[in-house]
Structures are given as structure tokens and as C-alpha cells.
Design a protein around this ligand. Structure first.
Ligand SMILES: Cc1ncc(COP(=O)(O)O)c(C=O)c1O
Length: 479
């Protein structure tokens, strides 16, 4: 590559990465000559090329600036900087949708939580009442990070039952998986580092990347074929990646679980490139088959990974108890937790430790898996019966979500707004991406009992999809 092309490529990359932002002035020709050690002619030539390609514009008497359209130029989708998603205010958007979940008048198809009535609340609160009676004031200060030993030991036993070797010493108890995932990401990165996320992915990952000032490369994932490992291999070979934040079991929102073979390949790839795996495994207990799927971390002999779990989805949401099996990063995670939330609620830790010391959790899990599978099948049949034929319903044999693909003309965000007027929520595809390629997708929560209210909601959904598909019918809407 000629020198001027090299310089042009470097500047293009810098613009893509946000080093130079839209409207910002680039170094003058003279400054660039000095910085790059190239001749004035070479630098001029580079700037001319970039101007011709639309990346920069020149202003007479002033210099060169990053062109407004630069952010739309051929930034490969897989290399978008998170700064580019500033256009979507993820937090406000997600907040609005999550708000609807607590409204009992709304059919909560958009909810991220399983039907709360599936929680064995009386058993868990009985455990809480018992520990509240026994707890001493001294004990209330006893469980700073990494948290209560009995609870960590109970979690380590569950790993052992699944054939994964984790010591209680590696486990840090957190306020749900959201805290464990955020602490994990913070423990292994510094601002400006590059990380890999899936596209589409759990919106918590997008928010964490944004909050920590990281750059993200998104790797396309698909409900049938799961994560594109060839694309991931390309990314790992071409970019210095610090960590991959992935879901290998019951991916949210798509629902897929990676095969053992794919988990092995993923693990080998990450170990080869010395990239840390942050594995979000919050739905791992909600499988429908005979055997609990192992996490990808089980196939990483060097264990350069942090595995995050939670009781929010499988037991009770409001207790806010999760954990991370942080391996070699446990010390760092503990330090970060001490400096942020200090520790996880002691009574809740003790209550869960007590509850887990019985057989009740396994009994409850057997029941909830069966119920979720039945409800998912009922939902599937109902959606099949009522939704237009050109709507694709992606089935997954775990968890409680279905991922729906609408005809290309139907905007799921608009459908979401219209359905809220009918007291039905859905989770539109835009919540799970920064690329905006999932406008015509949505996620539906099927964990609730499938009664006439749900069937009517699906019928309404169906008629609104038909209307949105047919543009002449949508003038009546003011949304
Ligand atoms: C994929 C995924 N990861 C993590 C979380 C957060 O879990 P917790 O409630 O334990 O913080 C959620 C919650 O919706 C989730 O869907």
C-alpha cells in the first residue's frame, strides 16, 4: 500500500473509532506532516483522497474537518463504535418499556421477567423470616465481598452437579447478574478497550459498554445458527479484543443455546487469542431437555473467564441475588464491588443460603421448567393460529421468550406504541441492538398463563401487524 493510502486508511479508522468526531478539525497539513513523518505532498494526497470519498471536507482558510456524513460511511457493521449509537437514547427507550411491566392492566408480553406467580415465594420468605429471627447485629457486617460462605458453597455445589469445577473462593455474590456482569467487564477492561458483544444482545450489555467508555464490535447472531463464529474469528484476528460478553445458553433475545461443539470452538478461539470470556448465563436453569447445558467456560482449560449467574429468573426476581465465578479475577471484582455497592444485602444472602440447603430449589426448578415448556408451546400454537402467515416465529427449547420476525415493512417500535394503547406490551428489536437492523422484530414473553386475555392480545397484535403492513391503512394513527 502506498504511503498516502496508509495514512488515509489510518485516518479513516480513527474517524470510525471516534478519535476524530463529526465536525472536528483534523490536524493541519503541516501538523500532520510533522506527526506522521511523511512529506507534505503525501499528506495532501491522503487528505484529497479522504475528501473525495466524503470522509472529510475542506473549509477555505480554515482547514480540514470530519464530514457530517462520515459516520454513515462504510464503517463495517461489526466495527461500529459505541459512540455511534448515541443517536438512540437506549436508557430512555428501555426505561419506557420496562415501566409498563409493573402496570397490572397491561398484558406483559414485553417483560423480561418470568411470571412472578411461578416463584415459590412462601418458601423463600419463610427462609427469610427464619434468618431475620436468628441474625445478630454483628453478623450484619460479616458478609462483605465475596459474600456469605454457605451461599457461595451452595452455588459451587450446583456447578459441581453440572460437571463444572468452581471453588467457593472464586465466587463473588452480587446484586443480581447485572452487577456481576458490570463488575466483570470493569475488572478486565479500561476505557477505550475493544470488546465483543452479540447483535442482537441483552440491552444491559449495550448500557455497560456505553457506561464504561468501551468500544464494541458486534458479531451477528441468528436464532437458528446462533453466533457467527467465522465472523468472530475474523474480529479476533484483526482487532485487539479484551473481552467477549456472550450468552451461550438461552440467549436473550433470540433464545438459542450453542451446541457443545460450538461452545468448544468458541472456547478454543478465545483461549488462542487470550481473550476473556464474560458469560451471561442467567437462564441456564430454564432448559427444557434432560440435561443442564454447560457454559462455554467449562471448555476453557485456562479458565480465562468470568461466569455470571443469578436467582432472578429461576427463583425470585426481587431478592436481587446473583454471582460471578470470577476465577483469577475474583480479587479485582471484590475490590470493585467494595468501591461501588460495598456488599450484597446480608439478610437476602442468608435467606438464599438457607433455602438452598434444602431440596426445595431442585423441586421448584423441575416444576418451573415443565410449566414454561407447556406455556411456550401454548403460546406458539396461539401465535401460529392468529398471526399473519408471513410472520416468522422462532422457537427455542429453553427459557420463556420467542423471537418474532415481522414482514420488512412493519416497524416493531411503532407496533409497540400502538399496542400499548391497547394495553399490551412487546419488546421491539431496537432494544437489543445499536445497528437498527431489527426494526421488524420483537421479543415476546410467554411465561404467563395462556388464557383468553392473552389470546385476545395476540389477535389484536395480528390485526395491527396487518394494518401496518398495508401503508394506506396507517394514516388513522397519530403515533
Ligand atoms: C440476559 C440477561 N442478563 C442479565 C440480566 C440481569 O439479571 P439480574 O436480574 O439477576 O440482575 C437479565 C435480566 O433481564 C437478562 O435478561
Amino acid at each position: 500500500m502506498a504511503k498516502f493510502e496508509e495514512l488515509a486508511a489510518t485516518i479513516r479508522q480513527q474517524i470510525t473509532a471516534g478519535v476524530w468526531q463529526v465536525g472536528e478539525k483534523l490536524p493541519s497539513l503541516r501538523e500532520q506532516t510533522f506527526q506522521s513523518g511523511m512529506s507534505l505532498m503525501t499528506v495532501m494526497h491522503s487528505y484529497q483522497i479522504l475528501e473525495g470519498q466524503g470522509w472529510i471536507i475542506s473549509r477555505p482558510q480554515s482547514g480540514y474537518y470530519v464530514a457530517p456524513k462520515a459516520e454513515f460511511l462504510s464503517v463495517p457493521k461489526a466495527q461500529n463504535r459505541m459512540a455511534h449509537i448515541g443517536k438512540v437514547d437506549m436508557n430512555a427507550y428501555i426505561f419506557d418499556i420496562l415501566q409498563t411491566i409493573s402496570d397490572p392492566d397491561i398484558v406483559p408480553f414485553g417483560s423480561a421477567f418470568p411470571d412472578p406467580s411461578l416463584s415459590p415465594l412462601s418458601q423463600v420468605t419463610r427462609a427469610l423470616a427464619a434468618v431475620a429471627r436468628e441474625i445478630t447485629t454483628a453478623e450484619l457486617l460479616d458478609y462483605l465481598p465475596p459474600g456469605n460462605f454457605s451461599l457461595r458453597s451452595a452455588i459451587a455445589k450446583r456447578y459441581a452437579q453440572a460437571g463444572v469445577n468452581v471453588s467457593p473462593d472464586e465466587i463473588v455474590i452480587t446484586a443480581g447478574a447485572l452487577e456481576s456482569l458490570n463488575l466483570s467487564l470493569q475488572a478486565v477492561t479500561k476505557p477505550g478497550d475493544w470488546v465483543v458483544i452479540e447483535d442482537p444482545c441483552f440491552y444491559g450489555a449495550l448500557q455497560a459498554v456505553e457506561k464504561l467508555g468501551l468500544n464494541a464490535v458486534s458479531v451477528t447472531s441468528d436464532p437458528q445458527s446462533s453466533i457467527d463464529l467465522a465472523a468472530l474469528a475474523d474480529v479476533l484476528a484483526s482487532t485487539e479484543i479484551k473481552a467477549c460478553w456472550l450468552m451461550t445458553n438461552s440467549q436473550n433475545p433470540l433464545g438459542y443455546t450453542l451446541s457443545i461443539e460450538k461452545k468448544r470452538q468458541l472456547a478454543a478461539m478465545l483461549e488462542q487469542h487470550n481473550v476473556v470470556l464474560i458469560e451471561d448465563d442467567v437462564y441456564s436453569e430454564l432448559y427444557f431437555g434432560q440435561e443442564k447445558p454447560k457454559p462455554a467456560m467449562a471448555y476453557m482449560p485456562q479458565r480465562n473467564s468470568l461466569h455470571c449467574g443469578s436467582f432472578s429468573k429461576s427463583l425470585v426476581a426481587g431478592f436481587r441475588i446473583g454471582w460471578v465465578a470470577a476465577g483469577n479475577y475474583a480479587e479485582e471484582v471484590k475490590k470493585l464491588q467494595l468501591m461501588s455497592t460495598l456488599s450484597t444485602s446480608v439478610p437476602m444472602q442468608l435467606a438464599l443460603a438457607k433455602y438452598l440447603s434444602t431440596q426445595n430449589y431442585d423441586r421448584h426448578l423441575r416444576g418451573i421448567r415443565k410449566t414454561l415448556e407447556q406455556r411456550k408451546n401454548l403460546a406458539w400454537q396461539c401465535l401460529k393460529k392468529h398471526l399473519p402467515e408471513n410472520v416468522i416465529i422462532n422457537y427455542s427449547a429453553s427459557g420463556y421468550f420467542l423471537w418474532i420476525e415481522l414482514p420488512a415493512a412493519v416497524d416493531a417500535s411503532r407496533l409497540c406504541a400502538i399496542m400499548l394503547d391497547h394495553h399490551v406490551s412487546i419488546a421491539p428489536g431496537n432494544m437489543f441492538t445499536t445497528g437498527g437492523d431489527y426494526n421488524n422484530y420483537f421479543r415476546i414473553n410467554v411465561s404467563y398463563p395462556w388464557n383468553s386475555r392473552e389470546e385476545e392480545a395476540v389477535m389484536r397484535l395480528s390485526s395491527e401487524i396487518r394494518r401496518l403492513e398495508n401503508p394506506e391503512n396507517i394514516f388513522g394513527y397519530n403515533k
